[in-house]
Design a protein around this ligand. Sequence first.
Ligand code: SF4
Ligand code: SF4
Length: 438
Amino acid sequence: MRRVRAFFGGIHPKENKESTNSTPIQVLSAPEVVVVPLLQHAGREAKPLVAKGDEVLKGQPIAEADGRISARVHAPVSGKVAAIEPRPSASGRELTCIVIENDGQERWVERQTHPDPVQLDAQSILERIEEAGIVGMGGAGFPTAPKLTPPKGVIIDYLLLNGCECEPYLTADHRLMVEYPEEIILGAKLMAKACGARRIIIGVEDNKPDAIAALREKAGNIEVVALPTRYPQGGEKQLIQALTGREVPSRGLPFQVGCIVQNVGTAWAVAKAVRDGEPLISRVVTVTGSAVAEPKNFLVPVGTGFQAVIEAAGGFSQTPGKVVAGGPMTGGAQFGLDVPVTKVTGGILCFGVDESKTPDSQPCIKCARCVDVCPANLLPLKLEAYGMNEQWDNAREYGALDCIECGCCTYICPSKRPLLHYIRFAKAEIIARERQSS
Ligand code: SF4
Ligand code: SF4
């Protein structure tokens, strides 16, 4: 049996997954109008391939990747392009979106299927992943094809699949593992072939025994490892350490220690793309929280508005105080519900007014609890102070760029200090300055 190494730090927030972790995924019909952002991934915005007034088929490419770190975008419905214009997004920014009026006819573009896709060579698999616009579905949205293409000469020992879903409330990956284990295993094999990985390991937190059992039944010689439930077990560096004992260096990347990490949702999307010829035009979203009437997991077409998804879950059960896109630790609070689901929207969390109050922060009492829980081994109290006082050089020296933005420090702080807020601020400034001077 594989020896699992504990990572440094971490917390045990209340899981709050019981409302949806046994709820089967429901397929949500596409709305009358979908709003599809050109930027649903890390990197550069995709370039439109269509114009206002064009007819499009479901699955048709409507925007092309712009450079290596970018991703193709496809029509989630058949219909007519009504506009290409800036619209609000869950990121808080306005993004250029292709607005499509759904004709309700589900007219698909021709799909290239492959009955036995593991027979394809590595290059063909990579091309299909790229053509399908697949990006990391764990939240970061890094385009999958370049992530599976490490620099020449680098040997990849392990493809690691992240099935931890360690954020509270979210159960989208959990349900995918229970309901689609065959696709996840197939996607893992295809990605391992694409990047030349010698071995595949799937890590799943031990609070999902049904998902572990479902994957093991289909896994063959792939290892499915139960990991202790501890946030952020699903962080890339933490997962690599737990499953292989290897440590990614400061500001380094997983391939430097012979690893590539992908999410189980990404593996599912890869299988659908390579086997069934379906691009990434829908994803599983958990809709939950105290202000949702009937918490659920939905398979949602990209471009569906948050409002429609919440209504499909019975609407609000009480006046919402806060709606969050993603998990409660790393997700972003929303200004409105007129934002679309994208390739990276894993959850829509709705909280009542009482739960949504931001506590007044008090002076730091130097208790060091933030230091004890930081999985990146940083001094969050120092970084917060440097961010607040705009001391960018000090923030860089103290490792701000190694912060994985897990939020453990903010969660644990007895003085309710907005530590991550100022650390993010410092990181953004440091990166912007480095770009300017390079
Ligand atoms: S946990 Fe909060 S109060 Fe304690 S040292 Fe860190 S910032 Fe200060
Ligand atoms: S400093 Fe960054 S990595 Fe460390 S606990 Fe805070 S958010 Fe997480």
